[in-house]
Ligand binder design. Structure first.
Ligand code: ADP
Ligand code: MG
Length: 504
């Protein structure tokens, strides 16, 4: 080491002498010396040139780290600019270079002017960071998949529970109902979603879409709920699986199922398919004769009556109120019978246990069809009868929609109109509906022409008694059913009655 210093000192003396004549900068050189010297000096003759000290680390195949230090001159200005900034660029092997031109042998003391590694090979860091991020992401995905699996299992448990309750109920009543919740349906629903070929969309409600499906060559309707609407799906499944629910005027339930795995889940409700669609759709395109009007109305009344009726005995049936009766939630079958659908909001009441079963969903009914006491929040919502009376009000509006499309005695039907079409906006608010229905006490207009025909006159009376402001005055579903039935069977001459309640 001392020998090295004395070697510099000789050169330094020489440099001091030469500086008196021409301004050269002298640099210490080692490994990059002119004339193939090992060590020595070199000079920068052009302005912009630099002395440099460089260091590089290389890993041998044996794994040994070799450090190489070089010192010398970069005479050319452009090269100096390029090379002296080379340390900023990432290298495969660790490298650094430092340059100076602020005096002779400015790079000379390898201990004071030793380049350190600043520019490391970032590749391993990038790889390690990426691996960490990927591992964390995979872990999070795994947790998410576990969560979905857990949720799905919960839903399956709910179905099982519903079935268990229903079968216990049937057994305790001493027999099988042969109705919804039967063993056949239970078996079917486990696998049905895998066996259904989904086809076109046939309806879109507020809570999902309905598709036509093919199952074992038969057409079925598949209502697909958004995964956020799981409570609606649960409620509807639960209602369809109520013992003794099956009825010709209630949409036929086939199965409830959960489809999908991992990141997506679909909640499915499979029912009979009716190509005529909803009553709303049907009335847009079709008119009905008087007999058909009465026949369809009778079917609806029978369906609602079945829902509303509590059956005591073996087995029994809870009383159910629909809470969202509209022309969009009633379907028209091939034979023109109507059936009630969409039970996402229904409430059940069992008088033997005095148990009120209200859905957990935050869904509310269709405001346009809400009874005045519901709009004004005056109804006693702990009383099942209050819900039933509200159903009857909504049904009155539906019968009015149907009656407008009726052509009787050569009279042309009126164009289809949704109730309160000209009085409120397309998606009316509570306030709008309250104003019209509660404050102004307005009901849809009854065309004068309806008074010209005895049956239509009776229909009008039924409708008006159904949408009466006082819920307790409204007809029951049973009364509507009976009245419709008599209207169908009686001849016009015998309809010399002043009040529809006389028809019993
Ligand atoms: N079984 C079915 N057959 C034919 N069309 C149907 C059937 N079920 C539903 N639809 C159509 O889909 C629409 C929405 O169905 P719905 O059960 O009322 O769903 P949401 O709860 O979203 O309102 C209905 O208005 C009707 O047009
Ligand atoms: Mg609906």
């Amino acid at each position: 080491m001392n020998a090295l210093y004395s070697y510099y000192d000789d050169y330094e003396d020489e440099a001091d002498e030469s500086q008196t004549e021409t301004r050269f900068v002298l640099c210490y050189c080692e490994g990059k010396c002119p004339f193939e010297d090992d060590k020595g000096l070199c000079r920068i003759s052009s302005p912009g040139g630099k002395c440099f000290a460089a260091i590089s680390y290389e890993i041998e195949e044996t794994g040994e780290e070799i450090v190489t230090k070089t010192y010398g001159c970069i005479d050319d200005e452009q090269m100096a600019q390029l090379q002296c900034k080379g340390a900023l660029v990432p290298h495969l092997n660790k490298k650094n270079i430092q340059c100076c031109d602020d005096g002779d042998f400015c790079n000379r003391n390898p201990y004071q002017f030793e380049p350190t590694i600043t520019s490391e090979n970032k590749l391993p860091i990038i790889i390690i960071t990426s691996c960490c991020v990927l591992t964390i992401l995979t872990f999070l995905l795994f947790l998410f998949a576990l969560y979905l699996k857990f949720r799905k299992r919960n839903l399956v448990d709910v179905i099982n529970k519903i079935e268990e309750c229903n079968s216990k109920k049937s057994q305790s009543h001493g027999g099988s109902s042969g109705e919804s919740g039967s063993n056949y349906l239970t078996m079917v629903q486990r696998t049905i979603s895998k066996q259904i070929d989904m086809e076109k969309v046939i309806g879109k409600g507020r809570y999902g879409e309905v598709r036509l499906g093919k199952w074992r060559g038969e057409k079925v309707a598949v209502k697909i709920f958004h995964s956020t609407q799981e409570k609606s799906w649960m409620r509807e499944t639960e209602v369809y699986k109520t013992v003794l629910m099956r009825h010709e005027n209630i949409l036929g339930f086939v199965a409830a199922d959960i489809k999908g795995s991992g990141s997506w889940t679909q909640l499915l409700l499979v029912t009979d398919y009716h190509s005529n669609g909803s009553l709303f759709d049907y009335l847009q395109k079709n008119t009905v004769g008087l007999d058909r009007l009465l026949f369809m109305s009778l079917g609806i009344a029978k369906g609602v009556n079945h829902l509303h009726t509590e059956i005591f005995g073996v087995p029994g049936k809870a009383c159910i109120a629909h809470r969202d009766l509209t022309s969009k939630n009633i379907l028209v079958k091939q034979d023109m019978e109507c059936c009630i659908a969409d039970f996402g909001l229904a409430v059940k009441f069992d008088s033997t246990t005095n148990k009120f079963d209200v859905p957990l969903t935050d869904r509310i009914g269709t405001k346009r069809y809400m009874a005045p006491e519901i709009l004004s929040k005056m109804a006693n919502l702990n009383d099942i009868d209050a819900y039933k009376m509200a159903d009857i009000y909504a049904l009155g509006l539906v019968l009015w929609e149907m009656s407008r499309r009726c052509n009787f005695m050569g009279e042309k039907s009126l164009p289809y109109e949704i109730p309160f079409n000209d009085l409120v906006s397309s998606d009316p608010s509570y306030e709008e509906m309250q104003h019209i229905v509660c404050t102004m006490k307005i009901r849809p207009e009854i065309p004068e022409i309806w008074q010209k025909n005895e049956k239509m006159k009776m229909m009008t009376k039924i409708i008006q008694e159904m949408w009466h402001d006082n819920p307790t005055v409204r007809l029951t579903a049973l009364r509507v059913k009976k009245t419709m039935h008599k209207l169908i069977t009686k001849t016009e001459e015998s309809l010399n009655i002043s009040n529809c309640s006389e028809i019993e």
